[in-house]
Design a protein around this ligand. Structure first.
Ligand code: DAT
Ligand code: MG
Length: 135
């Protein structure tokens, strides 16, 4: 069965949204496989977001994701990657539909409260990075 990596980012944790976000995945029918609160350090942040290393916002992105604890999760279900992205909504909360997590809980792209893997390959890589036992 397909699995995906989802993470409540520091802004979501600070705002007390872990429970609301977990509930959406549970209500959709996903099965929770793993979960942990984690303080992401700079090397892990740079690895996690390596595809964005050349982007102008990379420095701020790394600073943001290391600014406090994040809540990392693995969810399982049919089409888990695609279905989780659908629950999460568009990257920029201003473009995200109401009813999605970003559409309902966020206003700015810099603080969009949740991460979800963008492909099965990314999901495998991210699950290994956060739950592979080497942290
Ligand atoms: P997603 O998180 O939807 O997969 P992404 O991989 O393109 O989006 O970008 C990773 C994160 O980087 C995103 O959640 C928020 C931040 N980000 C993306 N585009 C940005 C921009 N134009 N300005 C500032 N931050 C941005
Ligand atoms: Mg992405």
């Amino acid at each position: 069965m397909e699995r995906t990596f989802v993470m409540v980012k520091p802004d979501g944790v600070k705002r007390g949204l872990i429970g609301s976000i977990v509930a959406r995945f549970e209500h959709k029918g996903f099965k929770l496989i793993q979960a942990r609160l984690i303080e992401i350090d700079t090397p892990l942040a740079e690895r996690h977001y390596s595809e964005h290393a050349e982007k102008p916002f990379f420095g701020e992105l790394v600073e943001f994701i290391t600014s406090g604890p994040s809540f990392a999760m693995v969810w399982e279900g049919p089409g888990a990657v695609k279905n989780a992205r659908a629950l999460i909504g568009r990257t920029n909360p201003s473009d995200a539909d109401a009813g999605t997590i970003r559409g309902d809980f966020a206003l700015s792209v810099e603080s969009n409260i949740v991460h979800g893997s963008d492909s099965v390959e990314s999901a495998e890589r991210e699950i290994q990075m956060f739950f592979g036992g080497q942290l």
